[in-house]
Ligand binder design. Sequence first.
Ligand SMILES: Nc1ncnc2c1ncn2[C@@H]1O[C@H](COP(=O)(O)OP(=O)(O)OP(=O)(O)O)[C@@H](O)[C@H]1O
Length: 525
Amino acid sequence: MSTAAEIEAVPDAPVPIGADDGPEIRALGIEAVAMTKRFGAFTALDGVNLRVRPGSVHALLGENGAGKSTLVKCIMGYYRPEEGAVIVGRRETPISNPREAHALGIGMVYQHFTLVPGMTVLENLVMARADTPAIIDWVAARAEAEAFMARMPFRVPLDAPVATLAAGEKQKVEILKQIWLDVRFLILDEPTSVLTPDEADDILGLLADMARAGELTILIITHKFREVLAFADEVSVLRRGRLVGGGRVADLDVDRMAAMMIGEATPAAPAARLAGTPGEVALDIRDLEALDDTGEPTLRGVSLQVRRGEIVGIAGVSGNGQSALVEVLAGQRRAEAGHMAVDGAPYAAKRAQMLRHKVCLLPEEPLKNACVGRMSVAENMAFRRFDQAPYARGWFLSKGRIRAAARELIARYNVRTPSPDTPIAALSGGNVQRAVLAREIGGEVEVLIAANPVFGLDFSAVADIHGQIVGARNRGAAVLLVSEDLDELLELADRILVISDGRIVHETAGATADRVAIGRHMAGH
Ligand SMILES: Nc1ncnc2c1ncn2[C@@H]1O[C@H](COP(=O)(O)OP(=O)(O)OP(=O)(O)O)[C@@H](O)[C@H]1O
């Protein structure tokens, strides 16, 4: 249990007017009381109390693996806690599954996407309603959805199949869907990781306004202190499954929140930019063209070179071809035209070429794109070289060696997992990311392709991973860093290229980059 000294002023005022008290406020207040959740012998939540006032924006902070997602999944009825209760409004309310949570007006935007990829945005919205009739009046549904979209701060094309949307666009639809469903308590699990800062401000501003108007309550898991300071009223901090602090945001600052999150540990030093002249061209892309899933051009003649000892950043609003570029480099999408070469040799993203030229990949959504969820952490970490010594001799795989190598990587990259044998899908989002990073850059790297590599990571992990990427560059790797986070590119990249509508439209040196000029090019001007 947490000691009294560990707990900072957790708000303890009486719960203000709840939804049960009258029609003046729709927003729901929710309390989790003494919540304990175990996974086997591992205690992910240990007697956690959380009080979220109706009509407030409440931030839930904590390192990767602290138990944030587990707590909100207990509230949603996705997990059944061993102990504890959920109070909705003023009543203790058992919630045994997400359907019951939805019926109470509690919605959640998860770290992973829940939209049906084969359906359009409009179809996803319409089908999400519990009371969708057997025969749908699509004309009326479209008119309603168009009117709804017109009130929102950004547009998502209603007729686009969700499968063709980039991560940032899908995230917007996930959030829009919850507003469309009229939720009264909305849980957001790192909602802005794939949005540009402006988009994130737009959507959080909209949600915060709705909260202040008493229309809904927001519980947001985020690693971004800036968002907490700008939009949240209160914060609760978890560390290793316990509530260790919290209070009114107005009474806290970043240092105080960071100290609560990591306890006595010292955060990793920020990555250092090394001055040096880049070497030979290692990755050479010429006139690359590719189609998206609907057959429309998504890369329209992209040419770029990355030299040894250089980080080239690709900036762009999501959906402008950067995912396709990474997929082509990963062998997951066909190039219709153009050439790719690594170290002067033609490159077609075949596994043998990747191993020979030490091309390593950190794709976005690593659990989906770079892991097999039901296989163990150790097996996932061995994917790159499972059929080679020391993991394999002839036809035989050595489970002991795979496990021993994983233990070493788990320690070196600080992956929090109950054991190397745990299915990787059971790890927290940030720890999946670390496990994939460990696999990809734990050995020798000549070309590193990273897409949004710190998506969902806590601040000390961000510093850690940025340090690893810069370290790879300093050891001579050519790094292509695709990121929707301009701050990340400005911090790390030696050169920044802007991609817009499938073309490279701007190039600048990282050290002298002008954020406004980059933003203008990102917006297609
Ligand atoms: N289904 C599960 N089986 C076993 N362990 C689990 C399961 N789900 C979560 N855990 C463990 O519980 C701990 C808390 O995980 P959780 O996902 O709640 O962390 P988090 O604070 O949301 O982290 P992140 O910021 O990385 O998303 C982690 O150590 C994780 O490995």
